[in-house]
Design a binder for this molecule. Structure first.
Ligand code: SF4
Length: 464
């Protein structure tokens, strides 16, 4: 027997249309078991939240699922869409998933009135859950679930992580408007590039205190299946640029080099972006990455102050950051220089040095800004905020403190709130002035080349 499952992809309200990999993986796992999966893709249709009620009234489904991470925007979208599901006359079994609900299942089940949360990695749990619903066997036998029955919540035993990531089916991209998502603009993408994400693995071996990733350890996919998937994307959708969106492709020097050698051996040509660690940014690794097509490595630097780095358990020192960035630039790859402010030990001086660093190593690949650190539920920093009495609980976080990702949720510094925001205003003003001064120079150079040198290759004024 097959079930009909509706996966809801919320409108992310952004000009960045990041392909919803989580939903596509879940869809593929369900479809492999013969279920019919339909996607209600508000991200591309921008239909109002309320229209989900009418859609469910007119189209019968056995299960409806919504997955969210833990941002303030996603939280509010989830509450609104949950209301739309609950108002349907044909409300199906209502399921939540993702990092956000997993961090505090009782809170999310109460707020949304959903029936269950798939906790953590979802492919196996959701398949067993749908089978249990079909066969009317106890849902409490399914591992990795939180189940609501009125005000009561039952949490079933945890499920081990999927050991072999190549054993699960590739994301069901065909259920989504790929023509829409492949227009995602990544650093160094030209107007002719088509971009889509691929996972090279899942997880990370580090334990930064602000990170809400709850699974431990890293699981790499084998190189050949990753390249099979990329070849399929090239042939099917003309994809020329791969966004390796998993937490960390550069999990070690050995793994990074082995993957690059596989790309070169196979002769596949594509640009790519990945998340990296400066611990492994050695010249021989970076040169190989460049030859294999890498154009951008996103580094989570977070701070250039060793005390702050130690406080956040970043397992990284300033003495590693500088050579790593210089090696990356020397290899001809743009480094993503991510900084956050407001960690334990931060002050005006640490922020000023972070801005100096961003300007010194700015290669204009992207506009850099600095945001406050956010102690998301599920992270060690959240526990610290609760321990210090700065946060009460999940409800306090979502309803009163985390109102915008660019505003401070909790003050871990010695600065007053006004001083904190004035420091951030100054820092981001300096970054914006640097970026737009360089953009202006670039524009003037284009004008010069076009009119004074009569450059016949000119293809219009472009930001990159
Ligand atoms: S922030 Fe990045 S490096 Fe740190 S634990 Fe999370 S995924 Fe790993």
């Amino acid at each position: 027997m097959a079930s009909r499952v509706l996966l809801v992809v919320y409108d992310n309200g952004s000009h960045i249309h990041s392909f919803p990999m989580g939903a596509a993986y879940i869809a593929a796992a369900l479809r492999q078991k013969g279920h019919e999966v339909v996607v209600w893709n508000q991200d591309s249709t921008h239909s109002p939240d309320e229209s989900l009620t009418g859609y469910l009234d007119e189209n019968p489904f056995d299960v409806v699922g919504i997955g969210v991470i833990g941002g303030y925007y996603q939280y509010r979208k989830l509450l609104s869409l949950a209301g739309a599901v609950n108002r349907s006359r044909r409300r199906p079994f209502f399921l939540l998933g993702g990092h956000g609900p997993t961090a505090d299942v009782r809170y999310f089940l109460r707020k949304t009135q959903a029936d269950a949360v798939v906790m953590g990695e979802g492919e196996e749990t959701v398949v067993e859950l749908v089978a249990a619903l079909e066969n009317r066997t106890p849902l409490t036998d399914v591992r990795g679930l939180a189940l609501r029955d009125g005000p009561e919540v039952t949490v079933t035993p945890g499920r081990p992580l999927i050991a072999d990531l190549d054993a699960i089916p590739w994301p069901a991209r065909d259920l989504f408007p790929v023509e829409y998502y492949r227009l995602l603009r990544m650093p160094h993408a030209t107007s002719a590039d088509f971009c889509l994400p691929v996972l090279s693995g899942r997880g990370c071996t580090f334990r930064c205190t602000f990170c809400y990733r709850m699974d431990t350890g890293h699981r790499a996919r084998a190189s050949e299946p990753i390249l099979d998937e990329i070849e399929y994307l090239q042939k099917t959708w003309n994809i020329t640029y791969i966004d390796f969106m998993d937490e960390l492709l550069m999990i070690s020097r050995q793994r990074t080099m082995e993957f690059c050698e596989s790309i070169l051996r196979r002769g596949l040509k594509f640009k790519w972006y990945c998340n990296g660690r400066l611990n492994y940014a050695a010249p021989e690794v970076l040169d190989l990455m460049k030859r294999a097509g890498c154009v951008f490595i996103n580094y989570g630097i977070e701070s250039v102050d060793n005390t702050v780095l130690k406080n956040m358990q970043k397992a990284l020192r300033y003495e590693q950051i500088v050579p790593g960035i210089e090696n990356t630039l020397a290899a001809g790859i743009s480094p993503g220089l991510n900084m956050i402010f407001g960690n334990i030990g931060d002050n005006r001086d640490t922020l000023r040095r972070a801005v100096d660093f961003l300007i010194r190593y700015d290669d204009q690949a992207e506009l850099r800004t600095i945001r406050p650190v956010t102690p998301y539920p599920g992270s060690p920093l959240y526990d610290e905020a609760v321990r210090r009495g700065l946060l009460r609980d999940c409800e306090d976080f979502y309803e009163h403190k985390h109102l915008n990702s660019d505003l401070m949720a909790v003050n871990f510094t010695e600065l007053t709130e006004d001083e904190f925001y004035e420091a951030l205003a100054e820092a981001n003003s300096r970054l914006a002035e640097n970026y737009y001064a360089k953009s202006r120079e670039r524009m003037l150079r284009q004008i010069d080349r076009l009119y004074r040198q009569r450059d016949a290759t000119f293809r219009g004024f472009r930001p990159v």
